[in-house]
Write a protein that binds this ligand. Structure first.
Ligand code: HEM
Length: 487
C-alpha cells in the first residue's frame, strides 16, 4: 500500500542521514568534569582553535562540564551550518550569565531563536534599513570629516588613535539611534563606553563563564560577578535616560532608529504571531547596536592603520587610485566598484583580522548534521571565522597581508570571506559596517599619510589580543596631512 511504501522510504532516508550511530566527532581527550575547559582559556583562542584544527580537522568537538561544543574551522563547514542548515543552528546557548547581560534574553545578539526573537530582529532590521537609506551616508561623512579635524589638530605628533576611532564609530551609532553625537571629552560618552567595555570584558572572563558550567559556584561570593551586575545596572540606567530624553523632545529627530522602533511597536504586525514587543525590546536593541557597532568598527580601523604601517606601498597605491578615479573629490559609497585597490585592502583586513573572530556561539535547536557528523540538539556551535580565513586549502600564504589577492587574477575568493557570519544570525549591522569601513578608510587615506613615529624602534605588533573582539595591541602613529589637501 501507499503508506507502507512511504514508511519504507522514510526508513531508507533515515539510514542515509547521519544520526547517533554515525562516526563520532574527533577532539582532544578531556579531564573528568572539566573536560576540555582548559583549551578555552588560551590567550589567543582563535589561533589555539586553529592549531587544534591542524590535529583534529576542520570540525571537532570540545567538552566543557556537560556541554558539548563543536568548533567549525573552514568556510565550507561554517556555511553548511549557518547558511544551508540555518534553521537547525539559529539558536543561541541559553546561560545564567547571558540571561543577566541580555535583560532576560531580550537582546537580538544573545536571544534564543523563537517567534519573539524573529519579530524583534525583523523590527530592528527594518528600522535600521529605513534609517540607512535616509541618512547613513551623511552621518558617516560627517563623522569622517570630524575625524579629519581631530587628526589635523594632532599636528604630526605621534598618537594612539584607538579612542578617536571608537568615538567616530560610536557617534555613527548614537546619531542613528537617537540623533545624538558626543565629543571625545564628554563624560557621558566615557561613562557609556567604560560601562559597555567592562560588561564585554567581565562577561568574557573565566570567573563568569565558570558560573554557567558549574551552578554550585553561584552560591559562593564572587566579586567579579557583583561588578558585572553593577555595570549592567549602570548601562540600563544610561540607556533609559537616553530613550526617555528622546521621547520627551519636542523636535525629535524623526529619522532616528528609536523613532522607527517606537512606531513599529504600535503596529499590528508585531502581534500577528501572538508576540508583543515592548519598550524593553527597544531598550535592548539599543544595547545591541551600541555593543555590536562600536568596538568592532573601531578595532577594524585600528588594524588597517597598523597593517599599512607595515606595508606603506599599499597606502600609496590606494591613494593614487583615489587621485585618478575621484580627481580630488571625496568618495561616495557608490564609487566602491571603481576603487578595486581600496576594496581589496578592506577585504584583506577583514580576512586577516575578522574583528569578531569566533562570531557568537550558536546552538543546535534540533538534531542535525554537519559534514556527515551527527550533531544532537543543544550542541553549542563555535564558528571559527579566524580559522576559516587562514585555511591553507583556500588561501595561499594565508598568514601574510596581501590585498592584491582580491584583485582580478589574484586568487582570493570573496565567497570564502565570512567576517559577518551568515544565515539567520548574519551580523545585523553588516551594511552599516561596510559603508563605514569604506568611507572612513577612503577619507583617511585621501587626506593623510600614516607613518610610524621616529622614536619608535618597532612597528605595531600584529598578533592581536583576542577576547570577544580581536584588537591590535596599543601603538602610536603619525598622521601627516597630504600637502595637496592642506587648506
Ligand atoms: C552579530 C561581525 C559591525 C550589530 C555579528 C556576528 C559577527 C559580526 C561575526 C555574529 C554572527 C553569528 O552569530 O553568526 C561584525 C563585524 C563588524 C560588525 C566584522 C564590523 C567590522 C556591526 C555593526 C552593528 C552590528 C556596525 C550595528 C550597527 C550586530 C548585531 C549582531 C551582530 C546586533 C547580532 C545578530 C544576531 O544575533 O542575530 N556581527 N559586526 N555589528 N552584529 Fe556585527
Amino acid at each position: 500500500s501507499k503508506s507502507t511504501v512511504k514508511a519504507g522510504l522514510l526508513q531508507d532516508l533515515h539510514q542515509l542521514l547521519p544520526h547517533s550511530s554515525s562516526p563520532s566527532l574527533p577532539g582532544p581527550p578531556g579531564f573528568y568534569l572539566i573536560g576540555n575547559m582548559m583549551e578555552l582559556t588560551h590567550d589567543h583562542l582563535p589561533i589555539h582553535l586553529n592549531h587544534l584544527a591542524q590535529r583534529y580537522g576542520n570540525i571537532y568537538r570540545l567538552k566543557c562540564g556537560n556541554t558539548t561544543m563543536v568548533v567549525l574551522n573552514s568556510s565550507e563547514v561554517i556555511r553548511e551550518a549557518l547558511v544551508k542548515k540555518w534553521s537547525d543552528f539559529a539558536g543561541r546557548p541559553v546561560s545564567y550569565t547571558g540571561d543577566i547581560v541580555s535583560g532576560g534574553g531580550h537582546t537580538i545578539s544573545l536571544g534564543d531563536y523563537n517567534e519573539e526573537w524573529r519579530a524583534h530582529r525583523r523590527l530592528v532590521h527594518s528600522a535600521l534599513q529605513r534609517c540607512c537609506q535616509q541618512s547613513l551616508h551623511s552621518v558617516i561623512e560627517r563623522q569622517a570629516l570630524h575625524l579629519r579635524k581631530v587628526l589635523m589638530d594632532y599636528q604630526g605628533n605621534a598618537v594612539d588613535l584607538s579612542e578617536d576611532f571608537t568615538v567616530a564609530a560610536s557617534n555613527v551609532i548614537t546619531t542613528l539611534a537617537f540623533g545624538k553625537e558626543y565629543e571625545k571629552s564628554s563624560s557621558e560618552l566615557q561613562q557609556l563606553h567604560s560601562c559597555l567595555n567592562e560588561i564585554v570584558a567581565l562577561w568574557g572572563s573565566s570567573w563568569i563563564s565558570a558560573l554557567d558550567s558549574f551552578p554550585l559556584l553561584r552560591k559562593l561570593p564572587n566579586p567579579v560577578f557583583s561588578r558585572l551586575l553593577k555595570e549592567v545596572a549602570k548601562r540600563d540606567e544610561i540607556i533609559k535616560k537616553h530613550l526617555n530624553n528622546y521621547k520627551s523632545q519636542d523636535n525629535r529627530n524623526e529619522d532616528a532608529i528609536t523613532g522607527s522602533l517606537l512606531q513599529g511597536l504600535d503596529k499590528q504586525h508585531n502581534t500577528a504571531h501572538g508576540v508583543l514587543l515592548t519598550d524593553i525590546h527597544v531598550h535592548m536593541a539599543t544595547v545591541d547596536l551600541l555593543i555590536g557597532g562600536t568596538e568592532t568598527t573601531a578595532a577594524w580601523l585600528n588594524w588597517t592603520v597598523a597593517f599599512l604601517l607595515h606595508k606603506p606601498e599599499v597606502q600609496t597605491k590606494v591613494y593614487k587610485e583615489m587621485c585618478t578615479v575621484l580627481e580630488g573629490r571625496y568618495p561616495k559609497y557608490s564609487d566602491r566598484h571603481r576603487l578595486p585597490i581600496l576594496s581589496a585592502l578592506i577585504n584583506e583586513v577583514l580576512r586577516l583580522r575578522p574583528v569578531a573572530p569566533l562570531a557568537v556561539p550558536h546552538r543546535a535547536i534540533r538534531d542535525s548534521s554537519i559534514a556527515g557528523y551527527f550533531i544532537p540538539k543543544n550542541t553549542v556551535i563555535i564558528p571559527n571565522l579566524f580559522g576559516a580565513h587562514h585555511d591553507p586549502a583556500v588561501w595561499s600564504d594565508p598568514y601574510n597581508f596581501k590585498p592584491e589577492r582580491f584583485l582580478a587574477g589574484g586568487g582570493g575568493s570573496t565567497r570564502a570571506l565570512i567576517p559577518f557570519g551568515g544565515g539567520a544570525r548574519l551580523c545585523l549591522g553588516e551594511s552599516v559596517a561596510k559603508m563605514e569601513l569604506f568611507l572612513f578608510t577612503a577619507y583617511l587615506l585621501r587626506d593623510f599619510h600614516f607613518i610610524p613615529p621616529e622614536s619608535e624602534a618597532s612597528l605595531p605588533d600584529l598578533r592581536g589580543v583576542a577576547s570577544v573582539v580581536l584588537k591590535v595591541k596599543p601603538y602610536t602613529v603619525v598622521a601627516c596631512l597630504r600637502p595637496e589637501y592642506n587648506p
